[in-house]
Design a protein around this ligand. Structure first.
Ligand code: 5GP
Length: 201
């Protein structure tokens, strides 16, 4: 059985990675989403077990102790983590899994899973990022400045990823990610069983 691909997508807040990942999942039937655990409160409309597993701090910390996370990080004062067991099972079953996680978490996954596919999503420019965050209408001037400062730092870390995709339009960004996945599936080192099968015929 061919092992599935572990795909990690990150990008600064406001880049539109949630929208790109949702659309990528809609347009890629063989791709499954890894539901993260978090200690933050659910937002309106969010469902436990669909958007996140919403856990108490105590439960999250006991899962850390038990080695239950592939990675976890503290983002804006809350824990976020990727449950390990399901990922292992799904990859072993040949499923491609998408993780949408922050840069700290992604750097930890890079160390543990160097064979993962690390994709950094960039906004077309910092001024466009500012326009998009303002457009949401959820930030004060102070938190906007904080997010833009954080975005510059995250973009620096983006240089450690393997792939970079600019989110100019959602459709174009989704198409580029699909092309990356196609190329990764075609790598010789992922296809030993294909060689053996063809050689045996
Ligand atoms: P939000 O609270 O807006 O859903 O997510 C805040 C940040 O946490 C985003 O940058 C998101 O990518 C990141 N995040 C979500 N799930 C995980 C996870 O399992 N691990 C890590 N390290 N970051 C996560």
């Amino acid at each position: 059985m061919k092992q599935g691909l572990l795909i990690v997508v990150s990008g600064p807040s406001g880049t539109g990675k949630g929208t790109v990942c949702t659309e990528l999942l809609n347009q890629t039937p063989d791709l499954a989403y890894s539901i993260s655990a978090t200690t933050r409160q659910p937002r309106e409309g969010e469902v436990d077990g669909r958007n996140y597993y919403f856990l108490t701090k105590e439960k999250f910390e006991s899962m850390i102790e038990a080695g239950g996370f592939l990675e976890y990080a503290n983002v804006y004062g809350n824990y976020y983590g990727t449950p390990l067991k399901k990922i292992e099972e799904r990859l072993a079953a040949g499923e491609d899994i998408l993780l949408e996680i922050d840069t700290q978490g992604a750097c930890n996954v890079m160390k543990k899973c160097p064979d993962g596919i690390f994709i950094f999503l960039l906004p077309p420019s910092l001024s466009e990022l500012e326009r998009r965050i303002r457009g949401r209408g959820t930030e004060t001037e102070e938190s906007l400045a904080r997010r833009l400062g954080a975005a510059r730092g995250e973009i620096q870390i983006g240089r450690q990823y393997r792939y970079v995709v600019v989110n100019d339009t959602v459709d174009a960004a989704v198409k580029r990610i699909q092309d990356i996945l196609t190329a990764e599936h075609c790598r010789v080192d992922r296809n030993e069983s294909l060689f053996e099968e063809i050689e045996s015929k």
